[in-house]
Design a binder for this molecule. Structure first.
Ligand SMILES: Cc1ncc(C[n+]2csc(CCOP(=O)(O)OP(=O)(O)O)c2C)c(N)n1
Length: 570
């Protein structure tokens, strides 16, 4: 079928099953936007800033497991996507970002709104294309979706000069893929898997350390089975929250800088540490030389570049987590692990868990930020999709909500991008409309992308934004408090807007909560409204997140990890 390049982009996106495209138009994508008006199944969501488009595509991808898509015009439109692309790259999230580009013959002339977006994004993409011929568009889009989603997922940029949008081609839906240089290793080496099985069965103090790779490969069921077969405790990273049922007795919770004391002690004392789809990030390991000092390390990752990057494993396994774990379960079962082998270890872990609980104080007349998260957990029965922004509230969201299933917790782990929460929540809700979606945000981060409230209102995206409003750029203030002699340099946010009024101005529901007894009702009302809603929780200004491993220290050197109130377990 003969058509223009712009029409072929639409047809190709639809052929890939792309249902939502988040974007913002401009001169170099007018032909594409014109073709979008005639799209059959593809829906365009107009954001208010291109960064929002990239984060919304990212949130959609995290919530659904499908590839998210976004579009922007050339120059400033494209550069506005960069933070979102980098964010997706650092967390291995599959998105396809389409950018308009100036006419092919003008490229390299500093033409109006020309930016070398494939160059700018080179270090933060899994792959990128600068399209040369309109006829290449169907193949390139097909490849881009494949590359984004397979192996270690990640963002792919397609830069389309307007000449290619206007050019003619004969459209044929591509079926075959010819990518000779791209063959991710999906099945781990059997010998290595056998060696890992032997090590796991011999270990008396094992810990399974699960990262985001468990979620992206769909390996949560295999992880749970393996943990139970081995009677081995599981610690997750921030990206791995939801990969293992937090109420499972084998769960140690999150490890790392603001993780649980039990998880950090267990990693420090284990004799075998098996990392699955995790990358030994510095926020997890603290001082690398002192990390898991007694452990034999097994590392399973689909990306060979991760193996040995930070920690040299005794048993490396390159492969897709789900495939490798499934095979590992068989191999472990064949070795008939001795029941009771890990009993003393599990008791020790349980002791740590019992002794060191996340805790906080209620102070009359104030709202504890941790209490707000506990109430969100209670009101949503631990079953909402929780999206966060970046800062203290993000860490409390990891500590006081009980995650039960993969893709339930959506957060900017690698890049730590303030402003991620709201647009990502919009993408998540559009991908999972049947779920309650709560965006837990700071008052600082919310102001970075709050214009996307209009996007939510225009498209009836009923998300609840819970602003944990402490009047500070809280996480930075916390570091100034603990390590910079309380010199609060520019972290007090003065002249805060009235967030409830602001929400109303955007056409959303707005509420303000100033006491703990209002928290639950406000949340219920916001959810029941079935409209985008913002709740301004005025919390205690100088509350800190504990426990905390100071940057670069050993993970056992936690401050504020002392015994506290028992954490609720039901
Ligand atoms: C785009 C961006 N700029 C700066 C930072 C550095 N930073 C990390 S946390 C934080 C404070 C966040 O404040 P707020 O959104 O109010 O959340 P809180 O920590 O108070 O919960 C800052 C400035 C960042 N992560 N991202």
């Amino acid at each position: 079928m003969k058509m223009k390049g712009s029409e072929a982009i639409v047809a190709s996106l639809e052929a890939e099953g792309c249902e939502i495209l988040f974007g913002f138009p401009g001169g170099m994508v007018i032909p594409f936007y014109d073709a979008l008006l005639d799209a059959k199944s593809l829906r365009h969501v107009l954001v208010r800033h291109e960064q929002g488009a990239a984060h919304a595509a990212d949130g959609y991808a995290r919530a659904t497991g499908r590839v998210g898509a976004c579009v922007a015009t050339s120059g400033p439109g494209a550069t506005n996507l960069v933070t979102g692309i980098a964010n997706a790259y650092l967390d291995s999230i599959p998105i396809v970002a389409i950018t308009g580009q100036v006419r092919s013959d003008l490229i390299g002339t500093d033409a109006f709104q020309e930016a070398d977006i494939t160059g700018i994004t080179l270090p933060v993409v899994k792959h990128s294309y600068l399209v040369q011929h309109a006829a290449d568009l169907p193949r390139i889009i097909h490849e881009a979706f494949h590359i984004a989603a397979t192996g270690r997922p990640g963002p792919v940029v397609i830069d389309v000069p307007i000449t290619c949008e206007l050019g003619e081609l004969t459209y044929q839906r591509p079926t075959a893929l010819e990518l000779p240089g791209y063959r991710p290793t999906l099945h781990g080496h059997v010998k290595q898997i056998r060696a890992a099985a032997r090590a796991l069965v011999d270990a008396e103090r094992p810990v399974l350390y699960a990262g985001g790779g468990v979620i992206s490969s769909g390996a949560a069921a295999e992880l749970a089975e393996l943990a139970h077969v081995l009677h081995a405790p599981v610690a997750t990273t921030l990206m791995g929250l939801g990969a293992f049922l937090q109420r499972d007795p084998l769960s140690l919770g999150m490890l790392g800088m603001h993780g649980s004391v039990a998880a950090n002690y267990a990693v420090h004392e284990c004799d075998l540490l098996m990392a699955v789809g995790a990358r030994f990030d510095d926020r997890v390991t603290g001082k690398l030389a002192a990390f898991a000092p007694q452990a034999k390390v097994v590392h399973i990752d689909v990306d060979p570049a991760e193996i040995g990057k930070n920690v040299e494993p005794a048993i490396p396994i390159v492969g897709d987590a789900r495939n490798v774990l499934a095979r590992l379960i068989d191999e472990v079962m064949a070795l008939e692990p001795v029941a009771g082998r890990t009993s003393a270890w599990l008791s020790k872990c349980a002791e740590w868990e019992d002794h060191y609980r996340f805790s906080y104080d209620h102070e009359p007349g104030t709202v504890a930020p941790q209490f707000v998260i506990e109430e969100i957990d209670r009101v949503t029965q631990s079953d909402a999709v929780i999206v966060t922004d970046v800062g203290q509230h993000q860490m409390w969201a990891t500590q006081y909500y009980h995650y039960q299933w993969p893709r339930q917790f959506i957060s900017s782990g690698g890049l730590g991008t303030m402003g991620f929460g709201l647009p990502a929540a919009i993408g998540a809700k559009m991908g999972r409309p049947e779920k309650t979606v709560i965006d837990i945000s700071g008052d600082g981060g919310f102001q970075m992308t709050m214009q996307e409230l209009t996007t939510a209102v225009c498209h009836d995206v009923a998300i609840v934004v819970a602003i944990i409003n402490n009047g500070y750029l809280g996480m930075v203030r916390q570091w100034q408090d603990l390590f910079w002699n309380k010199r609060y340099a520019y972290t007090c946010i003065e002249r805060q807007p009235d967030f409830a009024k602001l929400a109303e101005a955007f056409g959303a529901v707005g509420m303000t909560v100033t006491s703990e007894d209002q928290v639950g009702d406000a949340l219920c009302d916001a959810i029941a409204s079935q409209r985008p809603a913002v709740i301004d929780f005025r919390v205690r200004p100088e509350e800190n997140v504990f426990p905390m491993v100071p940057a670069g220290r050993e993970i056992t050197e936690m401050i504020g990890g002392t015994a506290g109130r028992r954490r609720k377990r039901s």
